[in-house]
Design a protein around this ligand. Sequence first.
Ligand SMILES: [Zn+2]
Length: 445
Amino acid sequence: MTTRTYWLEHAWLGTHVEPGVALTTRDGRITAVRTGVPTPPPGAEILRGLTLPGLANAHSHAFHRALRGTVQVGSGTFWTWREVMYSVADRLTPETYHALARGVYAEMALAGITCVGEFHYVHHAPGGTPYADPNAMGEALIAAAAEAGVRITLLDTCYLSSGFGEPPNIHQRRFSDGSAQAWAERCAALKERGHARIGAAVHSVRAVPAGQLATVARWAEERRAPLHVHLSEQTAENDACLAAHGRTPTRLLADHGVLGPRTTGVHNTHLTDEDIALLGGSGTGTCMCPTTERDLADGIGPAAALQRAGSPLSLGSDSHAVVDLLEEARAMELNERLRTRSRGHWTAAALLRAASADGHAALGWQDAGSLEAGALADFTTVALDSVRTAGPVPRLGAETAVFAATAADVRHTVVGGRHVVRDGAHALVPDVPRALTAAIEALRG
Ligand SMILES: [Zn+2]
């Protein structure tokens, strides 16, 4: 048994900032949280700054990291961006994907992220031929997360069609298992392990024929696994769905048993009032990805209305235009301010909850995301003495961390009681920028 004690100069305890907290961990879990400890106990690891629960990045496509910068030239839409994205997807192999994901997940650890939801659909070799191990790509991602020291929920994604009634195009053939039943059989071979859980995803109503949605939903139901789906990110998807089925994507998912408390709709941008009621009433979660949604000119989703209707909120960096969960959290509030011309839709505490406890729950880690006895020992410390965060130490809230700090202010990240980031340096991947550069160069050839 490994027992450790950490002394937190300041800790976010869900409702307020507490100075001087001793936190004991054993075998990867928090066993005790003691307040009123003004000086570090002997032998304790000292975490100066504000310690938060580990952040959950609930929506990731690791390979999109290779696009950063290159897609910022010229004009276009989501659909023109997608063509560039497919040109990268075409070149991935299990080896190059492993190297890239290792760098991306290490970047996440440096940003205070302790758990990632990888929405994974590049399953087979180009053209659609399975690898010798049909799960070689998914296994590469699970291994990359282990090497980067973060938890992963592999959201293995069913992707069968290019549009309503259209076969996959030349880029999409490697995403397809041919049928939802074949997808289910392949996924059944994936094994959970200490740092990895397996979930399911429907890529979108465009990519899974309506008659096969229930197969994916049943697979997740039988395993009590999370089920994610891209939902109404684009109005063109809504229009095509209405033309093909006479109903919105949300209504289509509801009619085929996809919605429910273990389901998360990603983006949920262009919704009707009925859609919002269906999502909220069924307890379906909403994962907002504000930095990607603004990068791709998607529009602003009705996150506040969804939450009021009963939909728990989580956050994701999705295309990794930037990897910064604090930025995702404040962007949700700031987008709502721009739209409504009023302030204060979420408190810093509510935004942190989306970035930690509710994000973890959306990924099937109900036992992570809070600093309390019994929880997984996953936490991250934000510097309070950087140029961005300097000032009187907050007595009450986490406003400075949520509204001013960036990923660059993350000083420590601990996952399962293990120090993955110490003093701003990754303990397992020695030079993360270099690892990323090498991986992206190898991919470009
Ligand atoms: Zn996505």
